[in-house]
Design a protein around this ligand. Sequence first.
Ligand code: HEM
Ligand code: HEM
Length: 184
Amino acid sequence: MQTSETPAFGAPARLFHWLTALLLVGQYVIGWLMPHVNHDTRPVGLIGLHLSFGATIVLLVLVRLAWRFSHKPPAESSTLPRFMRLAASATHGLLYALLIALPLMGWANASARGWAVSLFHVIPLPALAATGSALGHTLGDVHKLTAWVLLGLIGLHVAAALFHQFVIRDGTLGRMLPGVRKTR
Ligand code: HEM
Ligand code: HEM
């Protein structure tokens, strides 16, 4: 069996990728475990944690995108068909868009409820909607729905990564996990 390595993303890009993934796992678990939110709910306990975690995610993704735009990614495999490269770019673009839009919608909903959003009660963050805002309330429903859309897209992305590794065997996984080798 012949093995070879593929060019990988730099350490900061890989750190951003895996840290986002880890925080998202935590955020979904908190989102599903936290008490049902109604008009007299207070943002304490797991709900407070959901707000801080979510705000951390959107800030991290903004820094990650700034890094991504200022650092060229490693060259792509030229053997991949054009439609596959386009599908990958579209999925990645949509993942980034949802990683920004989803938390901002939750944040606007929190503001509309009159909840102060902060990073773990240490760094206060501005309100994204006026208290009582009808749009902010609607965005809460869209937030819950979009959380499922993001989850579906992550499922597709992970399935694609595994398909590359075990079926196409082109070493794509090694671009985010350099320890993983391509096998032929
Ligand atoms: C990528 C980040 C985020 C993910 C994956 C996420 C996910 C979720 C999930 C799974 C739920 C529960 C839905 C349900 O009960 O069916 C939820 C609810 C909620 N989230 Fe997030 N969330 C994120 C960011 C945020 C942020 C940043 C805030 C506010 C600062 C926030 C505020 C809320 C609120 C207020 C609810 C309750 C909405 C309602 O019941 O009307 N979320 N979120
Ligand atoms: C859980 C949440 C995850 C999110 C939100 C996510 C998001 C992303 C995004 C946005 C990119 C594009 C990077 C760029 O070009 O700037 C990417 C790349 C990548 N991800 Fe993920 N990812 C997640 C989990 C995973 C997992 C679990 C795997 C492995 C099983 C994985 C494998 C990869 C690989 C191999 C690449 C590089 C693709 C390439 O360069 O063609 N990701 N990810």
